[in-house]
Design a protein around this ligand. Structure first.
Ligand SMILES: [Zn+2]
Length: 212
């Protein structure tokens, strides 16, 4: 049952019961979802987070980058955060450098990226590092790169705005919401959720965990 503990930051016994319930209630490919969480706060002010984009082995266009950021802001403005793009670094955008196979290894992704890009100025300025790269796995949206306050996003994913918004949630202190909890929100991924839902909301507890 180690699966039941994956990514979970809540009560363990609750986790086990929700996990069992998930597996008991899944019928074929039909998803078991008890609630699509919706907490809509009234934030006093918008907090801006600056972003430096880095491109490597990708076909994403300038308008694709803009659309991704706009999509992120649609989701995150509701919770008081706005992302603003400061620079786009495309020196290695056409480099033949595949990250396939490293989807679950943020440290190796970071090491490989650092062979191409020097992120020190972004880090010094406190900018979020947003890396776009095309990936073969259609289910891989992105991954959080904690060592460089960054997110690595599959630029050819079917919903890059959602993937980037989810990964930005990790930068803003949030953990994954396990798919087997039955309660879905922006921080849920995996399981049957990944094919069917792109929930954009957070719950109250998550909102309270965001930087003040
Ligand atoms: Zn996640």
């Amino acid at each position: 049952m180690s699966l039941c503990l994956q990514d979970y930051n809540n009560d363990t016994s609750l986790c086990y019961s929700k996990c069992l319930s998930y597996w008991a209630n899944q019928r074929g490919s039909q998803c078991y979802v008890t609630s699509n969480e919706t907490y809509l706060p009234k934030p006093n002010a918008m907090k801006t987070r600056t972003v430096d984009a880095y491109l490597i082995n990708t076909n994403i266009s300038d308008s694709g980058i803009k659309q991704t950021i706009n999509g992120m802001n649609t989701i995150w403005n509701v919770y008081g955060f706005n992302f603003s793009i400061e620079s786009v670094n495309n020196t290695f955008s056409k480099e033949n450098e595949s990250f396939d196979g490293l989807e679950t290894d943020p440290n190796r992704i970071t090491e490989r990226l650092q062979q191409h890009y020097d992120f020190s100025s972004s880090i010094e300025k406190g900018h979020i590092i947003l890396v776009f790269s095309d990936m073969k796995n259609p289910y891989f949206g992105g991954i959080h790169l904690p060592n460089i306050t960054g997110v690595f996003v599959a630029s050819n994913y079917r919903n890059t705005s959602w993937a980037t918004s989810h990964e930005a949630g990790h930068i803003l202190n949030l953990w994954d919401k396990p798919y087997y909890s039955g309660e879905i929100n922006l921080m849920t991924h995996g399981g049957c959720i990944r094919d069917n839902f792109y929930p954009t909301n957070l719950n109250e507890k998550q909102y309270e965990m965001l930087p003040k």
